[in-house]
Write a protein that binds this ligand. Structure first.
Ligand code: MG
Length: 159
């Protein structure tokens, strides 16, 4: 009998002029990027939280505290690999991941397939087990003013 879990994750980061923007392990051409302790990859942070949540293994702050200098400027793809490893230790494998990225600009249309492929590699699953959706916030609130990026993620895992 298969043990099956659902997890949900959310992350947001402040954006500022002249900083790099990376989402889902992919560098995005943008005039504004993330202000963060790590590389600011909100898509991967939300994904890690969704995975940890599904396995009831705490949250990203528990495992990779932003007060720890070891994680300063860290490539978030490494955090995702470590997270997948934590789940594997408990016998879990990822079944699927579904991401929604909310960013006013730039438009992510051309980046979505790249992010999908990158995350599938990191999650050790096929491309069609990863869904990447992108939308704007229609000009409303902090997201709509381009002050930040937010990402919501649902995952399922099984063992
Ligand atoms: Mg974060």
């Amino acid at each position: 009998m298969t043990d099956f879990r659902i997890g949900f994750g959310y992350d947001s980061h402040r954006l500022a002029d002249g900083l790099p923007l990376r989402l889902g392990g992919i560098d995005i051409a943008s005039e504004r990027g993330c202000v963060a302790h790590s590389d600011g990859d909100a898509a991967i942070h939300a994904l890690c939280d969704a995975l940890l949540g599904a396995a009831a293994l705490g949250d990203i702050g528990t495992h990779f505290p932003d007060t720890d200098p070891a994680f300063k400027g860290i490539d978030s793809t490494l955090l995702l690999q470590k997270t997948v490893g934590l789940l594997q230790q408990q016998g879990w494998q990822v079944n699927n991941a579904d991401l929604t990225i909310v960013l006013e600009r730039p438009k992510l249309k051309d980046y979505k397939p790249l992010i999908q492929k990158k995350l599938a590699e990191l999650l050790l699953i096929a491309d069609d087990q990863v869904s990447v959706k992108a939308k704007t916030n229609e000009g409303m609130g902090f997201l709509g003013r381009g002050e930040g990026v937010a990402v919501a993620v649902a995952v399922t895992i099984k063992r």
